[in-house]
Design a protein around this ligand. Sequence first.
Ligand code: SF4
Length: 223
Amino acid sequence: MANSLQTPLLHLNKAHYPVTTLGPGRRIGLWFQGCALTCPGCVSQDTWAFDGDQALPLSVLLAWCQEAASNELDGVTISGGEPFAQPAALLALLEALRDWREAAGLHFDILCYSGLPWRRLQREFAPILALLDASIPEPFQSRHPTRLLWRGSANQPLIPLSPLGRERYAPYLDREAERRPFQVVVDSERVWGIGIPGPGDMERLEQQCAERGVRLGAMSWRG
Ligand code: SF4
C-alpha cells in the first residue's frame, strides 16, 4: 500500500461521500486542485488556482476514503480541476485505490474526468489510463450543450478502459438524462453542488436565492 513517505502530496479541492451524480451508484468524489485550461463557462473556477492550500499526503486521503465509504461504494470519481496536471500524485492515488480494492475484495470502479484531449492523454499518460476503468476527457465547450449523462458538453465521450469499466458503463455510453442529476452539499464554510449543471442553471439558482433574500458570496462560476 502506498504511504506518505513514498508518494507526493496531493493538492485537493474537496472530497465527498456519497456522490450519486457523477457515475453509477454511490461513489467517493475527489476534486483535484489546479487547472490551467480556463474553459469558457467553467462552473468550477475555485479549482483553477495551483496555489491551493489543501495539500495532503496520499495516506491521509486514502484513510479518509476507507473510513467514509466503510467498504460500501460502487465507484470513485476523480475530477477537478485537472487531475492530469498532477500526474505523479494521480498515478500514486490510482495505485493506492487499486491496492485497497484488491485487498478488501471490493468491486468499485474508478472514473476520471479530464479537460485534456483524448489523443493527448493517450500519448502522454498511458500508464495512468491503464489504471482507470473509465474516463470522460476533452475540454468543456459551453456552446455545445448536451443531455448525455455525466457529460458537460456534447464533445465529451464516456470511454470505458477496462473489463470492469466496459461492463459497468456500457448501458450509459449514449444515455441521456431527463433531469440533470445534481446534489447540494452544505458544510461549515460553503454551499456547493455536485453534478453537471445545464446552461443557465447557476444563474437561475443565483436569481432564485436573491428573490428569497439570500445573497451568495464568492461563486465558483464567476471568476
Ligand atoms: S471545465 Fe474542467 S477542465 Fe475546463 S477549466 Fe473548468 S475545471 Fe478546468
